[in-house]
Design a protein around this ligand. Structure first.
Ligand SMILES: Nc1nc2c(c(=O)[nH]1)N[C@H]1C(S)=C(S)[C@@H](COP(=O)(O)OP(=O)(O)OC[C@H]3O[C@@H](n4cnc5c(N)ncnc54)[C@H](O)[C@@H]3O)O[C@H]1N2
Ligand code: MOO
Length: 433
């Protein structure tokens, strides 16, 4: 179904009349999201799960740590035995047992004894504290102890990290290095995850040249395909890049068709606007893909549908338009299909710094910028032109200007989408701006 809003705005002065009818951003988002089904669940070895979405809740089959153990290399003691110990008044105890990590049969510690014990080793029954080796002479048969210690010191209790049966990860969580570590620590060898969606990325345009080759007059290097494939991978998908397809429908079909059986999504860039050589539009119109203008800047020309049973999203060719469109439409749909619970970028309200922003009436505008976590201020980077990719490469956020807003003054609040930070400066409170 088409949800259409008119570009004509009432009560807004000096705005040019927009002749075409525009599809609202939310309507196109919903149509794109509905195209992709959730991928099936598979059990994978934990070490192969990085970046996947967990498909079921995980509860702890054992506590962590599994048993009481020592937090230090030192000596297991009864506190009262060394209560009077000091540099000038050392206490000497017999070392009765040696307990490396992994030993499970050490006898109980009796009053007046010390057991030498290593970090991570099972505490012998009766241990009240572990005195670190640095506070002793390090003796093997007898140990001279130079300080007292409180009960409970340097002991790690069973379950102090994770209790038996505790929920440690939820369905829809992204499996990070730390979550994979927790699963392994719990003895979990395999996890149920959603299969990563396979995305075929296709760049079209007779002007495109692969990087590394000489650039002839009138041609440019292909960048959208590599960039979108990287964006797919960042979003947890598996991207395959096809060779560049020139503006020729037969070549388009010949390049794409052999791969269709293997992919969950065909993602194209270029060839969708109003020119004489719009290969994507020409190849896919009447084949199940609908082309439209979305009330958004950049990223107005869009297409979505299915081609030979495979979901297709066609992004515009201008590089900023392609990447912003990926953020707005493709990334959330891909994350939802991959089983993630959280599919949207985190957003926050920021204070605009610098110059006033102008935005076309009736369109949602996305500007690139740098959000400063310490001050809550956002500054736009680069102009609005959708060929200005380098400013996007420096940005850590998108500013979202609603359809009803035609200008934003400095000092006003503006919503920002927080992106992965290319400068790695986005750690709140890090002070590195
Ligand atoms: N008469 C009109 N012209 C244009 C309209 C319009 O509504 N009426 N829309 C403009 C908007 S907005 C956009 S966005 C672009 C979209 O155009 P296409 O999707 O058809 O893309 P192309 O024309 O193929 O390319 C546009 C631009 O981007 C460069 N490009 C394309 N692919 C790549 C790539 N893989 N790597 C790097 N750069 C690429 C291409 O060379 C062009 O400069 O149309 C406007 N025009
Ligand atoms: O709407 Mo286009 O995507 O600005 O360059």
């Amino acid at each position: 179904m088409w949800h259409v809003i008119s570009g004509r705005m009432t009560g807004v002065s000096r705005q040019p009349r927009v002749a075409v009818e525009l599809v609202p951003v939310a309507a196109h988002q919903a149509e794109v999201a509905a195209l992709l089904s959730r991928t099936e669940i598979q059990r994978l070895p934990v070490e192969d799960c990085l970046g996947s979405a967990l498909a079921a809740d995980v509860t702890a089959p054992i506590p962590l740590p599994p048993f009481d153990n020592s937090a230090m290399d030192g000596y297991a003691v009864h506190c009262a035995d060394i209560a009077g110990a000091g540099e000038a008044t050392p206490v000497t105890l017999p070392v009765v047992e040696d307990i490396p990590a992994g030993r499970g049969d050490a006898p109980a510690l009796q009053r007046g004894q010390a057991h030498r014990i290593m970090t991570g080793a099972l505490l012998p029954a009766g241990t009240e504290a572990v005195i670190p080796v640095e506070a002793t002479d390090g003796g093997v048969d007898r140990v001279e102890i130079h300080a007292p210690i409180e009960a409970g010191k340097h002991l790690r209790r069973a379950g102090s990290d994770v209790e038996l049966g505790e929920l440690v990860a939820r369905a829809g969580d992204r499996l990070s290095a730390a979550r994979i570590g927790v699963a392994a620590a719990l003895g979990i060898a395999e996890l149920p995850v959603h299969r990563k969606p396979r995305v075929l990325v296709l760049s079209t345009g007779s002007e495109l040249t692969e990087p590394g080759r000489p650039l002839e007059a009138g041609r440019i290097y292909e960048s959208n395909g590599v960039m979108l494939a990287a964006a797919v991978r960042e979003a947890g998908g598996i991207a395959t890049r096809l060779r560049i397809v020139p503006d020729d429908v037969e070549e388009f079909r010949a390049a794409v068709d052999p791969y269709l059986a293997e992919v969950d999504l065909l993602l194209t860039t270029g060839g969708v606007s109003a020119g004489a050589y719009e290969v994507v539009k020409d190849a896919l119109t009447g084949q199940g893909v609908e082309f439209r203008k979305v009330a958004m800047q950049p990223g107005m020309p869009q297409g979505a549908g299915t081609y030979r049973g495979v979901p297709v999203i066609t992004l515009p060719g201008n590089p900023v338009s392609a990447l912003v469109s990926f953020e707005v439409f493709v990334r959330p749909a891909l994350l939802a299909a991959s089983g993630f619970r959280e599919v949207h970028r985190p957003t926050t309200s920021a204070t605009l710094d610098g110059q006033a922003l102008r935005s076309p009436a009736g369109k949602r505008q996305f500007r690139r910028g740098r959000y400063h976590f310490d001050t809550g201020v956002v500054r736009v980077l680069g102009a609005q032109g959708s060929h200005l990719l380098s400013a996007m490469a420096e940005s850590n956020c998108l500013l979202e200007i609603p359809e009803s807003t035609i200008s934003v003054d400095p000092g006003s609040a503006v919503t920002v989408w927080l992106l992965d930070d290319p400068q790695n400066r986005s750690v709140p409170g890090s002070g590195r701006q």
